[in-house]
Design a protein around this ligand. Structure first.
Ligand SMILES: O=C(O)CCC(=O)C(=O)O
Length: 309
């Protein structure tokens, strides 16, 4: 017999979202319950204490000096580095900061692990988006972003912005937005989200964090980079994306789940490089795809021929 009131794993739903949150949160400290309620209500929480010590922050900055390689909108010098964790031990330490991993486990009731890092030298001016279009999970919402300030963020440097409460919107995927499920459609995705932000009158909130502070955002929280008003300023920061154990990890931007086209993600844990298996009901997804494909099975059901497949 399941104990919904005591076991956060009795449902495949993150603890902060559980219908049984009241009873599940009785085992939490007051501070952890408040953290969970703020996350549930606003879609993000700022961890007030510096979660990363000064020495580690300095090491990230020096280890990445001169090693940025991508160019972000509006800039002509390299200013972004994807998966620097493969080259920098300090980046791994930031991604695996014990206070962040602990907060994620409190919020979700499952163990989290980082699977991607992005280091920024300057503001990104990235359009508002929800991470659920890039990385989602089955069960849904077991994904979170954490952004750490590696210097005091100046208001003119293009701070990260969040749209409080926007995580309560549907998790829009390309099909919902009537755009093609391909990476090249990203500009159309951003245009659709911009129109939705306007329709609901959602207001961006800039986060001018202090060095070593971190914000955790919910998978579906709209966020982006604000305008860089002073282009001489850096905006040193690290965004790390986290998944949770025992899920299937997929990329909605290039998936058509209803017709069985699920673009699974090959997920490696930052630091160990361990490949984390895509699990569905505790079994590797590959085992489920043996036999008739999801699509054939589904069509068979619709045409009444599902039995005996
Ligand atoms: O740092 C920013 O400006 C945006 C980061 C972001 O959107 C992300 O990492 O998902």
């Amino acid at each position: 017999m399941k104990n919904y009131h005591q076991d956060p794993r009795a449902l495949n739903v993150p603890r902060y979202l559980s219908p049984f949150f009241e009873s599940l949160s009785r085992s939490l400290t007051d501070a952890d319950r408040e953290l969970s309620e703020a996350y549930r209500d606003h879609g993000y929480v700022v961890l007030d204490v510096p979660v990363i010590d000064t020495d580690t922050v300095d090491r990230v900055v020096s280890e990445l000096d001169g090693r940025y390689d991508d160019v972000q909108t509006g800039h002509d010098t390299p200013n972004r580095k994807l998966d620097a964790w493969r080259e920098s031990e300090a980046v791994v330490e930031v991604a695996n900061a014990p206070s962040v991993l602990r907060a994620l486990e409190v919020l979700y009731g499952r163990r989290a692990f980082p699977f991607q890092t992005l280091n920024f030298l300057v503001g990104t001016e990235q359009g508002a988006h929800s991470d659920t279009v890039h990385f989602h999970s089955i069960p849904h919402r077991f994904m979170a972003g954490v952004w750490v300030a590696l210097e005091d963020i100046h208001p003119d440097s293009g701070p990260l912005v969040v749209y409080p409460g926007s995580h309560k919107l549907p998790c829009y995927d390309p099909f919902d937005l009537a755009i093609e499920a391909k990476w090249e459609a990203h500009h159309e995705y951003e245009a659709a989200i911009e129109a939705i932000v306007g329709a609901f009158g959602l207001e961006p909130r800039p986060l001018t964090l202090k060095r070593g502070q971190a914000v955790i955002w919910e998978a579906n929280l709209l966020h982006g980079g604000s305008m860089v008003r002073d282009t001489t300023r850096t905006r040193l920061s690290q965004a790390t994306h986290y998944y949770f154990e025992d899920c299937t990890y997929y990329q909605p931007a290039v998936s058509e789940p209803f017709v069985g086209r699920l673009s699974l993600k090959r997920v490696e844990a930052v630091g160990s490089g361990r490949v984390v298996p895509n699990l569905y009901r505790g079994r590797p997804v590959e085992e489920w795809s043996k036999g008739p494909s999801g699509l054939r099975r589904m069509l068979a059901r619709f045409t009444g021929g599902g039995r005996g497949e």
